[in-house]
Design a protein around this ligand. Structure first.
Ligand SMILES: Nc1ncnc2c1ncn2[C@@H]1O[C@H](COP(=O)(O)OP(=O)(O)OP(=O)(O)O)[C@@H](O)[C@H]1O
Ligand SMILES: [Mg+2]
Length: 141
């Protein structure tokens, strides 16, 4: 038997957690979770980045649901969004495959890069995005 490689060691481990900032909610996370210590695997800067979020904000009408969201999602890492009901987890996840476009009152701003491409660029077909980037929901929320 050989020792598991860095990728295998990293699999199944919660690597990162991000807290959505929510209008009206406390500014500090309800549950503070620090990134897991490095016990192997590549340093962050060498990982393949799938998504890069910069200054993402989503409003429903005039009401902001999430704002000032900045984080990266890496290949072969588990990224968890943890927070109380209504803090904006689903809203933020819907930014990753343009599902918020289907909600008439939703307005998305900021930048969402997918493999280095702006997911919201005018040349990008949102239907194609949703075909390639799936999401599974435990319930309608
Ligand atoms: N379609 C919508 N129209 C208007 N407001 C919405 C809509 N969807 C969500 N919101 C509001 O946006 C905020 C974030 O909701 P969201 O569903 O993203 O939270 P959540 O963290 O996924 O909650 P839960 O843990 O209950 O699934 C809440 O204030 C919610 O009322
Ligand atoms: Mg939800």
């Amino acid at each position: 038997m050989t020792e598991p490689g860095p990728e295998q060691q990293a699999e199944g481990r919660f690597e990162r957690a991000a807290e959505a900032a929510v209008g009206g909610a406390p500014s500090s996370p309800a549950v503070a979770i620090e990134p897991a210590p490095q016990t192997g695997g590549e340093p962050t800067k060498q990982r393949s980045t799938i998504f890069e979020l910069n200054g993402v904000r989503v409003s429903y009408g005039a009401k902001p649901a999430v704002r000032d969201i900045n984080f990266d999602i890496y290949q072969h890492r588990i990224t968890a969004l943890i927070g109380p009901s209504g803090c904006g987890k689903s809203t933020l996840i819907r930014c990753l495959n343009r599902m918020n476009d289907l909600i008439p009152s939703a307005r998305v701003s900021g930048r969402v890069m997918y493999h280095g491409e702006d997911l919201y660029a005018s040349k990008v077909d949102p239907v194609e995005v949703r075909k390639r980037i799936g999401m599974v929901s435990a319930c309608s929320g």
